[in-house]
Design a protein around this ligand. Structure first.
Ligand SMILES: [Zn+2]
Length: 320
């Protein structure tokens, strides 16, 4: 078995190989989830990610499968398991290799959770792969956010900024716990429509169609770029009516984005494993070899070797 990076994560067994999360459309490829740095046409993916693809890329090309279903790709047995990262996200198993893609053992209100799995080779995402990158417990962050929303909505609208796919819908699920209208821009609504077609119950209105909903306090969820000052017309209208604004991202645990973006609050809400989750996950999967990729790959590999006494190295690039 050879595992390396060449236009994607390549798993090669004899003359057979598959490419995971290819950088562009490639034959015999598998996509882990619908974030644009992972998504490409023509691959195997979950049926949920196929539907997200139709909204994000305007086309639906590939093969959608259910979690746990075994499929043969170029002679190798492939199956997908919930990665707990976003709606439809999957870890990819190819024979005895497990590729986590972006993953989160804690899951979230709009996706499942990610269970460790026995494997011989583990390819591990390293986005938050150093000890200083750790998050408070997710349930604490969600409860802080809910409390802040409840208090802030007593005096006017609240605008939340987040990545348009995944985080935005997670915020919608949190805001839906309160008895206020939840308004979103069209892009976020198009993606949320897919969630609801798959059994979620997100309640929201499109901002441009909302009139009555804006007569009192409301929660408005916008893509991050619309919070950068001077801000979008939707943000300005909310602020002129005494509104508050906040941002939710894992990077808020490190950077104070509230100052640079002139926000009232920020919440370290992450859809990734933090450093301690990564170590725990490796220990539970108990692989013979760990290949780290994305983010702090070198640093994480060193820590896995020193703390878990396990062979770990950054994923090699190109042919060797
Ligand atoms: Zn992602």
């Amino acid at each position: 078995m050879r595992i390396f990076y060449d236009k994607g994560v390549r798993v090669q067994d004899g003359g057979k190989d598959v490419v995971l999360d290819p950088t562009r459309r490639l034959p015999d490829s598998v996509v882990s989830h619908g974030h644009l740095d992972h998504l490409s046409l023509g691959a195997l993916m979950t049926v949920e990610t196929m539907d997200i693809m139709r909204v994000r890329l305007g086309r639906e090309e590939g093969l959608g499968v259910r979690y746990g279903e075994e499929v043969e790709v170029n002679g190798l047995t492939v199956s997908l398991f919930d990665a707990g990262h976003v709606f439809g996200s999957a870890m990819i198993r190819v024979e005895d290799v497990l590729y986590t893609g972006d993953f989160n053992p804690h899951g979230g209100p709009t996706c499942g959770t990610c269970e460790p799995r026995d494997c011989r080779y583990l390819i591990l995402e390293s986005t938050y792969g150093k000890p200083s990158l750790s998050f408070p417990p997710k349930e604490d962050v969600l409860s802080d956010l809910l409390n802040w929303l409840e208090v802030s909505l007593e005096s006017g609208p609240v605008v939340l900024g987040a990545y348009e796919f995944g985080k935005a819908q997670e915020l919608m699920a949190v805001a839906n716990k309160l008895d206020y209208p939840v308004l979103v821009d069209d892009r976020i609504a198009d993606l949320a429509d897919v969630y609801n077609r798959h059994g979620h119950h997100l309640k929201y209105s499109r901002y441009r169609e909302a009139l009555e909903e804006k007569s009192g306090p409301y929660v408005l969820i916008l893509p991050t770029r619309k919070l950068r000052r001077p801000g979008s017309p939707e943000l300005r209208e909310a602020l002129e009516n005494g509104g508050k604004s906040a941002f939710a991202s894992g990077w808020c645990s490190i950077y104070d984005l509230s100052k640079s973006h002139l926000l009232d609050a920020q919440f370290p809400l992450s859809d990734h494993a933090d450093f301690w989750d990564l170590l725990w996950f490796v220990d539970e999967c108990n692989p013979k070899v760990v290949y780290t990729c994305h983010g702090y790959a070198q640093e994480l590999a060193r820590k896995i070797t020193s703390r878990l006494r396990k062979r770990a190295e950054p994923l090699a690039k190109g042919w060797f």
